[in-house]
Design a protein around this ligand. Structure first.
Ligand code: PMP
Length: 429
């Protein structure tokens, strides 16, 4: 018997009268899997509870930020103590410096940081900075990578842009994307040819060093090498968008895992511990071009908000003091190995791809290496699997093209519960 979801249904009807599509961000509307979203009443550790009182094991973690699970005591304490002293000052506070110092200690390529209130703002500002620093206009991005809803980057973007089949949103003028070159992910030849043709006009290359927005797609070592060599030899900046991977696949993100040193890094998600925070940072000579140190404009009323900074500081300190990454990797592997075994036994064609605690189960018989191969997935089958799991209390990302995330609280018993549910779900397909 699927759980009763009467109150969620009522809440969605009410929301749909005042919020477009009933939500404030499209991926939440469950459009890609058919059906209606659950309305969440609270989160506790690895669990979500909907307004009907049903419990779900949460593999979204607010789309990445909640590596410590919901309402982690250290984060809650820091937020409570901070907000009592006032929510926002519009003046500098020491927590901003503290969070910046933590970022810099984690990512050796980052020498200075600017805080924002979202990942979108951070990538938008990093692009402006790269153009201002190099005095060039062209930018290179990769199909299937998502860097937020920045006009110039909303070309063949992944995430909900993929899901909804609107790679180019209405409202983005041609002029905004005219200087954006889009290449296939992991395509060394395409990148090399582009630099041969336009090398001296390219301000920057922005990349998800592990793609999470077309489902989980790891980079090839050759791709990472080509990115750093071609940008360096052509005087372009390399921007790693580590909004998803930062503090997730290692404390120092994908750049630590793969021993890379980009010029600029974009951060978000875990950085804010569940609060609205983004940041971009990198080489001191580049960052010193940001206003008021330099001429490149960037600002924000709530940037460096004390409550959000406190949540970020508490989260990063917890990750630094008790590094969870080996255990996270082990338990995530136990899960994806199990899914692979069960799907094989049930005769379900699939690929499971994972880096650390980020993973995707693709309904695709062949490896997914770029946006074209991702689009070959059986999304109808994914939708059926999604609801079979949901009805068994397992809350997975509501799109084939989103990564799932384990938290430090997803223990063996939770993994085994998930595998038991998956066994039944595969059988029912
Ligand atoms: N970059 C990446 C890699 C992301 O995954 C996201 C959001 N999923 C963003 C940027 C945008 O961040 P935000 O939603 O906070 O604006």
């Amino acid at each position: 018997m699927p759980p009763i979801r009467v109150r969620s249904r009522e809440a969605f009807e009410r929301a749909s009268r005042v919020l477009p599509g009933g939500v404030n961000s499209p991926a939440r509307a469950f459009g890609a899997v058919g059906g209606q979203p659950l309305f969440i009443a609270r989160g506790d550790g690895p669990y979500l509870y909907d307004v009907d009182g049903n419990q779900y094991l949460d593999y979204i973690g607010s789309w990445g930020p909640l590596i410590l699970g919901h309402a982690h005591p250290r984060v809650v304490k820091a937020v409570e103590e901070t907000v009592r002293r006032g929510a926002s000052f519009g003046a500098p506070c020491e927590l901003e410096t503290q969070l910046a110092e933590l970022i810099i200690s984690a990512l050796p390529s980052v020498e200075m940081v600017r805080m924002t209130s979202s990942g979108t703002e951070a990538s938008m500002s990093a692009i402006r900075l790269a153009r201002g620093f190099t005095h060039r206009d062209f930018i290179v991005k990769f199909a299937g990578c998502y860097h937020g809803h920045v006009d110039s980057l909303l070309v063949q973007a992944g995430s909900s842009a993929t899901t909804l089949g609107v790679p180019n949103s209405p409202g983005v003028p041609h002029g905004c994307t005219a200087d954006t070159i889009v290449l296939p992910y992991n395509d060394v030849d395409g990148l090399t040819e582009t630099f041969q043709a336009h090398g001296q006009e390219i301000a920057c290359v922005i990349v998800e060093p592990i793609a999470g927005n077309m489902g989980l797609v790891p980079p090839t070592p050759e791709f990472l090498t080509a990115l750093s060599e071609l940008t360096e030899s052509n005087g372009a900046l390399l921007i790693y968008d580590e909004v998803m991977t930062g503090f997730r696949v290692a404390f120092g993100g994908a750049q630590q895992l793969y021993h890379q040193s980009p010029d600029l890094t974009v951060l978000g998600k875990i950085l804010g511990g569940g609060f609205p925070v983004g940041a971009f940072g990198g080489r001191e000579d580049v960052m010193k071009q940001v206003m008021p140190a330099g001429p490149v404009f960037q600002a924000g009323t709530l940037s460096g908000n004390p409550v959000a900074m406190a949540a970020g500081v508490a989260t990063l300190q917890e990750l630094r003091d008790h590094p969870p990454y080996v255990k996270l990797d082990e338990l995530s592997k136990r899960l994806t190995d199990g899914l692979h075994r069960l799907a094989d036994a049930a005769g379900v064609p699939h690929q499971v791809q994972r880096v650390g605690s980020m993973w995707t189960f693709f309904f695709n018989p062949d490896p997914v290496t770029d946006y074209d191969s991702a689009k070959k997935c059986d999304t109808t089958r994914f939708g059926r699997f999604f609801w079979e799991m949901m009805d068994r209390g397992i809350y997975l990302p509501c799109s084939q093209f989103e990564a799932a995330f384990n938290s430090i609280l997803h223990a063996e018993k939770h993994i085994d519960q998930t595998l038991a549910a998956a066994k039944e779900a595969f059988a029912s397909l």
